[in-house]
Design a protein around this ligand. Structure first.
Ligand SMILES: Cc1cc2nc3c(=O)[nH]c(=O)nc-3n(C[C@H](O)[C@H](O)[C@H](O)COP(=O)(O)O)c2cc1C
Ligand SMILES: O=C(O)C(=O)c1ccccc1
Length: 377
C-alpha cells in the first residue's frame, strides 16, 4: 500500500520498464536542479501558530476563473499511455474526482477532446488546462489552440523554457527517443494533412519572443500562463505583456541544469509580479508541508509532475486518486497544525530559514566517550 508520494515511485519502479522509469525520473545533464527542487523544501522550516485553527479546513481555490477543490494542479506531463493503457483518460478522471486542475500536455497520448469527453462522462467536474509549445508555424499553433478551446479547456499554459529540448542523458544512454509503435501524440494528428502525431512534429524553437506571446493574446480569449519564467525581469515583462499568470517551474530540472530550485526563486518572483497575477509553483512538491511552504511564500497553488506518472504507473486511475487523496490529507493536517483554517491563512510568517544553518551532528573524537552527546573534536 502507498502512504506517501514517494511510495508510488518505489512501487512503479518495480513494474515499469527501466527505460521509461528513467524517462520519468531523469533530468538534464547532471540533474543538479532535479535534486535541488526537493532539497529546498527540506531546508525551509515551518513555524506554526497555535490556538487559532478551525475544525474544518477550506482547501478550495479559484485560479483565473477555474475553480478547484485543492490547490494542487497536475503539471503537464507527456506520454501517459507509456505507463498505463488508458493514459491521460485515467489521470483526468482521477483529477476530476479530487477536484484538481489537470494541465493536459500538448504531447498527450490521448487527444485533449477525448480527455475532456471522458471527464464529462465521469460525472465529476474539474477544469482542464492545456499546455502549449508555441510552434514557429503559427497556423499550426492556432489549430492547436482551437482544439484545446473546443475541448473546453479553461486556460493555456505556454511553456517557454524549451528553446531546445533538454539534454536527458539517461534517455540518450537508453536510446529512448520515440514513442513505441501504436502510441502517438494525438493532439498533433492531422493538424496538417497526413500528419501522424509523431513526437518530432513538436518544434522546440529558440526564436520565440514576446511578440509571439502578444500574438497568442490576440488569437484566444483564454487566460494565458507562462511556464518556465525564472528571471524576475522576465516576470515583470510577462505582466507588462498582459500574461494572466505564471507557472514558476524549471521543468522539474529537465531543461537547463543548475538553475535554482523553484522554491528559492519564489519570493523574488512573487515580489516581481507584486500581486498583479497569480504564481503557481512546481518542482519537487511531494508533501503537504511542501505545498504549505510554497503557499505561505505567496504561491496561489502548486503543481506536481513525476508523482502523477509514478501513481499512474502503479495503479492507473485508482493510483492517481490515491495520490491526490494522500496529498489532500497531508495538506489538511498541515493547515490544522499551522493554525490555519484556509489557504488565506498561509502567510510568510509561517516559514523561516534555519537561523543556524545546518544543525551539526555530534562530533565525537575517535575513542571518546560520547555518552553525554558532547562535542569533543
Ligand atoms: C515525464 C515528464 C514529462 C513532462 N512533460 C512535459 C510536457 O509535455 N510539457 C511541459 O511543459 N512540461 C513537462 N514536464 C515538466 C512538468 O510539467 C513539471 O514542470 C515538472 O515535472 C515538475 O517537477 P516534479 O516532477 O518534481 O513535480 C514533464 C515532466 C516529466 C517528469
Ligand atoms: O519530457 C519532458 O520534460 C517534456 O517536456 C516533453 C515534451 C515533449 C515530448 C516529450 C516530453
Amino acid at each position: 500500500m502507498q502512504y506517501t508520494a514517494h511510495d508510488f515511485e518505489t512501487a512503479a519502479r518495480a513494474e515499469l520498464d527501466p527505460v521509461y522509469a528513467d524517462f520519468i525520473a531523469g533530468g538534464a545533464r547532471d540533474e543538479i536542479t532535479v535534486r535541488a527542487n526537493e532539497a529546498a523544501f527540506g531546508r525551509l522550516q515551518l513555524l506554526p501558530r497555535v490556538l487559532r485553527g478551525s475544525a474544518v479546513r477550506d482547501l478550495d481555490v479559484t485560479l483565473l476563473g477555474s475553480r478547484a477543490r485543492m490547490p494542487v494542479l497536475l503539471s503537464p506531463t507527456a506520454f501517459h499511455k507509456l505507463v498505463d493503457p488508458e493514459g491521460e483518460v485515467a489521470t483526468a478522471r482521477a483529477a476530476a474526482a479530487a477536484g484538481a486542475i489537470m494541465i493536459v500536455s500538448m504531447a498527450s497520448t490521448v487527444a485533449v477532446g477525448e480527455i475532456a469527453d471522458a471527464v464529462r462522462a465521469s460525472g465529476d467536474d474539474a477544469p482542464l488546462w492545456f499546455q502549449l509549445y508555441i510552434q514557429p508555424d503559427l497556423e499550426i499553433t492556432e489549430a492547436l489552440v482551437r482544439r484545446a478551446a473546443d475541448a473546453g479547456c479553461t486556460a493555456l499554459v505556454v511553456t517557454v523554457d524549451s528553446a531546445v529540448l533538454g539534454a536527458g542523458e539517461r534517455n540518450r544512454r537508453n536510446g529512448f527517443h520515440d514513442l513505441p509503435p501504436g502510441l502517438r501524440c494525438e493532439n498533433l494528428v492531422d493538424l496538417r494533412d497526413g500528419e501522424r502525431g509523431h513526437v518530432r512534429q513538436i518544434a522546440m524553437s529558440a526564436e520565440l519572443n514576446w511578440e509571439h506571446i502578444d500574438w497568442l493574446r490576440g488569437v484566444t480569449d483564454l487566460p494565458v500562463l507562462l511556464k518556465g519564467v525564472l528571471h524576475p525581469e522576465d516576470a515583470r515583462l510577462a505582466v507588462r505583456h498582459g500574461v494572466d499568470g505564471l507557472l514558476l517551474s524549471n521543468h522539474g530540472g529537465r531543461q537547463l541544469d543548475t538553475v535554482p530550485a523553484t522554491l528559492e526563486l519564489l519570493p523574488e518572483i512573487v515580489a516581481a509580479v507584486a500581486g498583479r497575477i497569480p504564481v503557481v509553483l512546481d518542482g519537487g512538491v511531494r508533501r503537504g508541508t511542501d505545498a504549505v511552504k510554497a503557499l505561505a511564500l505567496g504561491a496561489s497553488a502548486v503543481g506536481i509532475g513525476r508523482p502523477v506518472m509514478w501513481a499512474l504507473a502503479e495503479g492507473g486511475e485508482k493510483g492517481v486518486r490515491r495520490l491526490l487523496e494522500l496529498l489532500r490529507e497531508e495538506l489538511d493536517d498541515t493547515l490544522a497544525l499551522c493554525g490555519a483554517s484556509g489557504l488565506a491563512d498561509l502567510t510568510p510568517e509561517l516559514v523561516r530559514v534555519p537561523a543556524w544553518g545546518p544543525v551539526p551532528g555530534p562530533v565525537v573524537a575517535p575513542g571518546a566517550d560520547h555518552r553525554f552527546g558532547g562535542v569533543i573534536a
